[in-house]
Design a protein. Structure first.
Length: 250
């Protein structure tokens, strides 16, 4: 009986020393899996304590759960006061004509300078100001732009012939420009209430009746007819000599 208890007492002392030195309290696999495991010979009252000591700490990598990427926040609503920072740029003849859609607040201006008329087509400059950076021209992000628009007043259509980008509002920090747009050569219908519709309303105003600069020919008086006859008769020789002058000038 004494020979049986001695190894058990020695094992208890070894595990006690390991606990005191900060070693692992869990039994090695060879002991825990044997029928004479230390945990089976301890009293039932000490089982919870032994079980608590045998819980191995989890590694930091296992504790740290993967953090999902942050969900992009919805763009904050833009207050109407953002337009207070826009310069009217009166030197360029700009006048406000329309607001952009609520999902992309913007302001559109038209210039009274260099407006051309080609029949029923009006060609004018338009200025675009945006509250948020625009990124459809990757990798450029711009806040304002100037475009050259052709407005068909009869067909209520439009097309763009040139565009100049600016990195900041009020046409500051000029970016790239495109003066020969291949993808905007077709005429587009203007949706009622859109910015294009506002451009046509501005450029295709009812024409003001203008006085012709060509004066109508005045009816000659009887005296003028009498005096003009001898002049016509005297002009005959001169007319006959005209081909000679043209010939000599060659």
């Amino acid at each position: 009986m004494r020979a049986v208890t001695t190894p058990l007492v020695g094992a208890v002392l070894i595990f006690a020393l390991q606990d005191a030195r900060g070693g692992s309290a869990c039994a090695p696999p060879s002991i825990a899996g044997s029928p004479n495991a230390l945990t089976t010979s301890r009293p039932a009252s000490s089982a919870p304590g032994a079980h608590a000591k045998c819980i191995k700490p989890t590694s930091p990598a296992a504790v740290a759960a993967p953090v999902p990427p942050p969900t992009p926040a919805a763009p904050a609503p833009v207050a109407a006061s953002w337009k207070n920072a826009l310069d009217p740029l009166s030197a360029g003849g700009w006048s406000f004509i329309a607001d952009g859609p609520p999902e992309n607040p913007s302001a559109v201006y038209a210039s009274s300078h260099n407006v051309l008329h080609d029949g029923n087509v009006v060609i004018a400059w338009m200025r675009w100001e945006f509250s948020r950076p625009q990124g459809e021209v990757y990798p450029l992000h711009y806040l304002s732009a100037v475009t050259r628009e052709e407005l068909d007043c009869d067909g209520r259509t439009y097309r763009r012939s040139a565009v100049f980008y600016y990195l900041r509002n009020n046409l500051q920090e000029k970016g790239p420009s495109f003066t020969a747009l291949r993808d905007d050569t077709t005429w587009k219908q203007a949706v009622p209430g859109s910015e294009a519709d506002a451009m046509l309303n501005w450029g295709c105003k009812p024409a003001v009746t203008k006085v012709s600069l060509v004066k109508p020919a005045a009816h000659p008086s009887p005296k003028a007819k009498t005096s003009a006859a001898p002049a016509a008769a005297s002009s005959g020789p001169a007319a006959s000599s005209a081909p000679t002058e043209v010939h000599t000038a060659r």
